[in-house]
Write a protein that binds this ligand. Sequence first.
Ligand code: SF4
Length: 261
Amino acid sequence: MLTNLDLDELNTTFEGETPEGILEWAVETFWPDIAMSSSFQTQSLPLLHMVSRIAPRLPIIFLDTGFHFPETLAFRDRVTRELGLNLRIVRPSLSPAELARRYGEGLYRRDPDLCCYVNKVEPMQRALEGLRAWISGIRRDQSPTRASIRIVERTAQGIIRVHPMATWTQQDIAQYIHDHSLPEHPLLAQGYLSIGCAPCTRPIYGGEPARAGRWDGQAKLECGLHTLLRESVEAQAPTEGGVGIKGEGGPWGQRPTHGSS
Ligand code: SF4
């Protein structure tokens, strides 16, 4: 059990640590009660690549809302195959058709907070049941809402969140992708620098920030996964039991056979 003092010390130490070092610490400390989430964008690739080298059996949670671009699903499958990742797909309790029957068509336009809660926050909370730690690739430079994230945090629900990439910049990400010849999401070339569900993502133009294309025209910057909007949106989706996402065997597993660059 990490005390608040432990977290303070870890955060001080980790400000000068590499993402690989933080990832190794997290897996060694919390295995098998640990998983990572990824949205499988281009900027997700460095951390996924590090996982493939350090702990390829680490469960990687992908939230399949039912509203993703087909390009994202194809990219997810390609990256999973090429890096040898342990992908776990988590879905909402309601399919898109059931969502429309219950709440009407176009919920993402009328009440995006509720839509994100039903399709992202609640399924993620379900996936995290029984885990002690959750890794994600969010960074301080991505948006004002992420500027103050700590590398290791405890949520109100008691789970330890680990952000190995917190101190990296977009330039660091691009350099790593270049150095390791990693693939790019096919929509990046069309101006999609930050990609979420298709109805809520547009390309960015000129010098706009990377996340300017998310929920365009809405007073919304986050889906809730990284702020966990439990207190502001009543639970309206049925909650099932945990989906049992835990590591199996050892985290190190069989290293994938992709190139060692
Ligand atoms: S990003 Fe849009 S479509 Fe996806 S869950 Fe949130 S509001 Fe709904």
